[in-house]
Write a protein that binds this ligand. Structure first.
Ligand code: GTP
Length: 357
C-alpha cells in the first residue's frame, strides 16, 4: 500500500527570533510523537543543537538530532540537506515527524523546493513552514529600512535593491510561511503588538495564520499537523531574489548570481575563563551596539562553577543562564559565535570582545 509520507515542518525566522526555544518547548509536549531534528546553524559552533541535546526529551534522543553547520541550509541544500534527508529515510525506525530548524540567515524557499526532489517527494511532505518573528525587534524598526539612507544611496546607484539585506531576508522568510509566530510579545504592550501585526501584514501578499507567543510557548498540535503540503505551493512564495531573477530573465538582461549571504558574516571566538560574567555582559553591550553585532551566543567557562554558562545576545538584549554541568571528558572553555553585517570591522570586533572578557 502507498507508504504514508512523513510530515516535515520547517522552522525559520531571523537570528534570535526564538526558533530553538519553540522547538525545545515542542519536544517537551509533543506527546508520544517520535521527532527527528535537523538543525542548521550559521557559524560552526553548534549552539542550538547542543542546547537541544541538553533538554533530554525522550521522544528525541541525541541520535535523532542531526546538525548541519557548514553554512546556510539554502546554499548547502544539494550537498548537505538532501543526503542527510536520504540517510534519515533509510533508517529502519522512521520518525513520526521531521522538524528542520534553518539558520537565522537562511532563505526557506530553496529548502522547500528541495522536497520536490524525486526520491524525497514520494516519502516526505512539508507539513508546514513556521516563521518565527522577534516582535520586539520588529517594533524597534530593526527590519524597516532606514529610508533616507537608502534614498541617499539610490541617488548614487540607480540599480540599488530597494531593500536592505535584513529587510529582504525578513520578508522572504515571512512570504514562505504557512504559520507566523509573533514571538517575544512579553516584551511589548498591546499597542506594540498591534504595530507589529500591521507591519507584518503589509509585507506579505498572502494570508498565513498568525499567532502570538511568549518564550516560544506554541502548543505542539498548533505547530505539527498544518497539513499544508507547502512543496506544492512554491510558485506562490517566491523570494525577492527569485522574483528579480524572473524579471531579468524576461527582460533578457544579463545579471550576476549574488548570494544573499554576502551581506552577513560570522566567526567563532575562543576566550579564557570569565570570572565575572555579569561584568563581561555589561562591557559587551556597548561593543554590540557600536559594531551592530546582530547575534552573539555560546558557552562561558566560569571558574569554580560546575555548570556551563550559556550566553544569548539578540542585538544588545543579552541573556545568560547555566544550562548543564560541564561533562567529564569535555574541555572547559569559553566559545562564542558572533554574527554581523558584512561591512563591519572584523578585527575591531574581535579586539573589543576580547577586551570585554
Ligand atoms: N523575552 C523573550 N526572550 C525570548 C523569547 N523567545 C526566545 N527568547 C530568547 O531569545 C534568545 C534567542 O532565542 P533562540 O530560541 O536561541 O533563538 P533562535 O531563533 O533559535 O536563534 P538563532 O538560531 O541564533 O537564529 C534566547 O536568549 C531566548 O531565551 C520570548 O518570547 N521572549
Amino acid at each position: 500500500m502507498l507508504q504514508q509520507k512523513i510530515p516535515a515542518t520547517v522552522i525559520t525566522g531571523f537570528l534570535g527570533a526564538g526558533k530553538t526555544t519553540i522547538i525545545r518547548n515542542m519536544l517537551m509536549n509533543a506527546g508520544g510523537k517520535k521527532i527527528a531534528l535537523i538543525i542548521n546553524e550559521f557559524g560552526d559552533l553548534g549552539v542550538d543543537g547542543d542546547v537541544l541535546k541538553g533538554c533530554g526529551a525522550e521522544n528525541c534522543t541525541e541520535d535523532d538530532i542531526i546538525e548541519l553547520t557548514n553554512g546556510c541550509i539554502c546554499c548547502t541544500v544539494a550537498d548537505d540537506f538532501i543526503p542527510t534527508m536520504q540517510r534519515l529515510l533509510e533508517r529502519d525506525v522512521k520518525p513520526d515527524h521531521i522538524v528542520i530548524e534553518t539558520s537565522g540567515l537562511a532563505l526557506p524557499q530553496p529548502l522547500v523546493a528541495a522536497f520536490n526532489w524525486p526520491d524525497i517527494r514520494t516519502r516526505v511532505t512539508v507539513d508546514g513552514v513556521v516563521t518565527v518573528v522577534d516582535s520586539a525587534a520588529v517594533a524597534a524598526g530593526r527590519f524597516a529600512d532606514d529610508h533616507d539612507k537608502v534614498d541617499a544611496a539610490r541617488v548614487l546607484d540607480e540599480g540599488l535593491d530597494h531593500d536592505s539585506p535584513l529587510e529582504e531576508l525578513f520578508e522572504d522568510q515571512l512570504t514562505c510561511a504557512d504559520l507566523i509566530v509573533l514571538n517575544k510579545t512579553d516584551l511589548l504592550d498591546a499597542e506594540g503588538i498591534a504595530k507589529v501585526r500591521a507591519e507584518v501584514a503589509e509585507r506579505i501578499h498572502r494570508k498565513p495564520t498568525l499567532i502570538e507567543a511568549k518564550n516560544g510557548d506554541v502548543p505542539a498540535f498548533v505547530l505539527l499537523g498544518l497539513g499544508a503540503s507547502t512543496e506544492g505551493d512554491i510558485e506562490n512564495r517566491k523570494s525577492h531574489h527569485e522574483l528579480e531573477h524572473e524579471a531579468l530573465h524576461e527582460s533578457g538582461e544579463a545579471h550576476e548570481h549574488h548570494h544573499d549571504h554576502d551581506e552577513f558574516e560570522s566567526f567563532v571566538m575562543k576566550l579564557g575563563a570569565i570570572a565575572d560574567p555579569l561584568a563581561f555582559v555589561d562591557r559587551l553591550k556597548p561593543v554590540i551596539e557600536t559594531h551592530d553585532v546582530l547575534r552573539l551566543k555560546g558557552f562561558i567557562d566560569v571558574p569554580g562553577k560546575p555548570m556551563r554558562l550559556v550566553i544569548q545576545a539578540v542585538g544588545s538584549r543579552i541573556d545568560t543562564y547555566f544550562d548543564r554541568p560541564w561533562s567529564a571528558g569535555e574541555k572547559r572553555e569559553t566559545r562564542l559565535v558572533v554574527i554581523g553585517l558584512h561591512e563591519w570591522d572584523f578585527g575591531a570586533v574581535v579586539e573589543a570582545v576580547q577586551a570585554a572578557a
